[in-house]
Every structure is written in structure tokens, then in C-alpha cells.
Design a binder for this molecule. Structure first.
Ligand SMILES: [Zn+2]
Ligand SMILES: [Zn+2]
Length: 357
């Protein structure tokens, strides 16, 4: 039963997955959500398009629960608070943890690793996300945007947390260490920036289609940006590191060949942190892992603690997020924005509920 006050509420627009399978994505009118106990409603300023949104569009993301509003990289302004909310007020500029639900009781939840909870549901596939005029979230998911951080930068805080988790929480990279970053997409370029903020030296790899992104990697502090389709990568890495090779490799491309690149560029005893997803099993020379005592680690999304670290990096401008924003589209131009996101031109595209952006 819906309470009376919810029946009378107004409509809003939302970009939704309306059914399972390929396609079935459209801007539709839905009732504006109402914040319940310990919940906050956010008026969305903008939200980033991520690979997950593209997978959901194509029908190859099994966990999606249609009908559901897409978008999990959100920034906006608090506009209504539910019962029990005292820390937040209308007008507060915020970004929001994409994690919407975990069980709170399992071993992962109680040991600070709620990102690994089997019951985890996130915005944009499990519950309604941010490609809409507004969304409702738990109050504990909110993080205040530092004054000088724009909404567009704020929308990039979720992918930044992925990079912070990989570099600062999963890897053992120290100041002065060499890191290899395979794949100069949004996550790779954020991992690069977090490695630099931690005092590491970075080598970024890509292919012909990444020419612009590799140039940007150099601007963002990579010591070298290497095209693996035209250069001998291990040789280049040996030259650049004066024979040391890298201590940590962050696989951010989700392309099978890149994990081999990580292995050949690592020094013995080094670590591979797997960030990208392949969507299928891939092969790896495990004899190398055994004989050179390589450490293989996964890095998956983020925890609440990661968000605090990411916001702190943003507050002191240790990372440049605005340089990654290629264009901010109106939600009505979502098809063009999705097409551009997939094309590899540019880096990060955002959607805003405003008619003109
Ligand atoms: Zn994302
Ligand atoms: Zn749990």
C-alpha cells in the first residue's frame, strides 16, 4: 500500500531499463520518489556514463532488475530529507556512494569489505539511479562536495573511488615505486592520478585508438605512454626503469592481452592488481606467477572508507577530474552520449536532467 502523500506526488523524467534483453532503454515519466526514514532525496545536477550502463543497454549485465533507472555516478543537491535525517539539509551539494544495499551481517560486511557482500545492490541496476531529475538514497551514502569541486567533478567521484581502492587499499605501491597501468580509459587515467598522488612513477599503455588518451596520460604525469601495437613494451619498460621493471601493474583495460603485458613488465615478486573486467575467462602464464612469485589481486569497486579518501584527494586538488569530462549531454540526448562513450573518442560523458546543458 502506498501512503496517500506518495500518490499525490509529481512526475519526473528518468532514463530507464524497462525490460531485460538488448535495448529496452528510454526516457520515461515516473513518479518523483519520496524520501523515507533515514533517506534523502537528491536533485541531480549530472551523472556519469560508465561501462556498466553500456552493458545494461546491450543486455549483457545479468544483475539488472528492470524496470530501473540507470546511472550510478551522481552529483547534485539535497532537496528533501526523510524522518530521522539531521546531518543533511536542502541545498547541500553532495555526491553519493553507489552502494545502495548490503546485508550488514555477513563476514564481508562486518570486516569492512561490504563491497564483497553477496547481497550487494548498487544504484543504476539494483535500485533506481541518477539518470533522472531526482533520486532517493540512504543518508549514510552521502558525501559533501568540497566548495571548489564542481558537480561535474563530483560525478566522477565514483570512478575515482575505484582507482583509490585499487591503488591505496589493494596494492602495496609505495612512494618512488614504478607502476604499469594498462588501458588509458577513465579508470586507467584515474589510477594514474592516484599513483602519482601516492608518489609512484607510472607507465601507461594503449593502442592506436588511444592516441589522444595516451597524450593526456603524459599531461597527467605519466613518465611514459607506450603504444603496445607499435613498440616492444618490456624493452621500453626496462629502459625507462633502468632495468628495475615495475613493482605494481594495474590492469585497467579489460583486454585479455594486457594481463600478459603486466606479467612481462613486472619485476619478480611484483603484484598485478586486476581492475578491468573481461566478461569471459582469459589465459595467463601461471608458471611465471609461480616461479617469479607474482602476487595476483583483484580490486572491486569501493567501500565507505574509500569514499572518504577520494573526497580528501578532491578537496586538496591532488587529482584533476575536470580534464576527464569530454561532454555533458542532456538526458534526452542519451543515445548520442552512449554512442560517444562507446566510440573511444573522448574520455567521460555525463548526462544532466536539464533540457539544455
Ligand atoms: Zn561506474
Ligand atoms: Zn553482507
Amino acid at each position: 500500500m502506498q501512503p496517500a502523500k506518495e500518490i499525490a506526488r509529481t512526475e519526473m523524467k528518468a532514463l530507464r531499463k524497462t525490460a531485460k534483453g538488448a535495448g529496452h532503454v528510454a526516457v520515461v515519466e515516473v513518479p518523483e520518489p519520496f524520501p523515507g526514514k533515514n533517506q534523502v532525496r537528491i536533485r541531480v545536477a549530472c551523472a556519469g556514463i560508465c561501462g556498466t550502463d553500456l552493458h545494461i543497454f546491450h543486455g549483457d549485465f545479468a544483475k539488472v532488475r528492470p524496470p530501473v533507472t540507470l546511472g550510478h555516478e551522481v552529483a547534485g543537491t539535497v532537496d528533501a530529507v526523510g524522518e530521522g535525517v539531521t546531518a543533511w539539509q536542502p541545498g547541500d551539494r553532495v555526491t553519493v556512494e553507489s552502494e545502495a544495499h548490503t546485508c550488514g551481517r555477513c563476514e564481508m560486511c562486518t570486516s569492512g569489505r561490504a563491497n564483497l557482500c553477496a547481497d550487494r545492490l548498487a544504484l543504476g541496476y539494483g535500485v533506481d539511479g541518477g539518470f533522472a531529475d531526482a533520486l532517493v538514497v540512504r543518508q549514510s551514502a552521502l558525501h559533501r562536495l568540497p566548495d571548489r569541486v564542481s558537480f561535474q567533478e563530483g560525478a566522477l567521484s565514483e570512478p575515482l573511488t575505484v582507482a583509490v581502492h585499487a591503488v591505496s587499499e589493494r596494492s602495496r605501491l609505495k612512494s618512488g615505486d614504478w607502476a604499469l597501468i594498462t588501458g588509458p580509459g577513465p579508470i586507467g587515467l584515474l589510477v594514474l592520478q592516484v599513483v602519482r598522488a601516492a608518489g609512484g612513477h607510472a607507465i601507461v599503455t594503449g593502442t592506436a585508438r588511444d592516441a589522444g588518451r595516451l597524450q593526456l596520460a603524459k599531461k597527467l604525469g605519466a613518465e611514459a605512454a607506450v603504444r603496445v601495437d607499435e613498440e616492444d613494451l618490456p624493452l621500453r619498460v626496462a629502459q625507462i626503469t633502468e632495468g628495475q621493471m615495475v613493482a605494481s601493474a594495474f590492469e585497467c583495460s579489460g583486454v585479455g592481452a594486457a594481463i600478459g603485458d603486466c606479467l612481462t613488465c613486472l619485476r619478480s615478486g611484483g603484484e598485478i592488481v586486476q581492475v578491468g573486467l573481461y566478461g569471459r575467462p582469459i589465459s595467463l602464464d601461471m608458471d611465471q606467477v609461480a616461479m617469479r612469485e607474482i602476487v595476483l589481486k583483484g580490486a572491486f569497486v569501493h567501500t565507505s572508507e574509500t569514499w572518504k579518501k577520494a573526497i580528501a584527494l578532491m578537496a586538496v586538488q591532488a587529482v584533476d577530474l575536470s580534464v576527464l569530462v569530454s561532454e555533458n549531454f542532456s538526458i534526452h540526448a542519451w543515445e548520442e552520449a552512449f554512442r560517444r562513450s562507446e566510440s573511444g573518442e573522448g574520455i567521460k560523458y555525463l548526462l544532466s536532467p536539464e533540457e539544455t546543458v
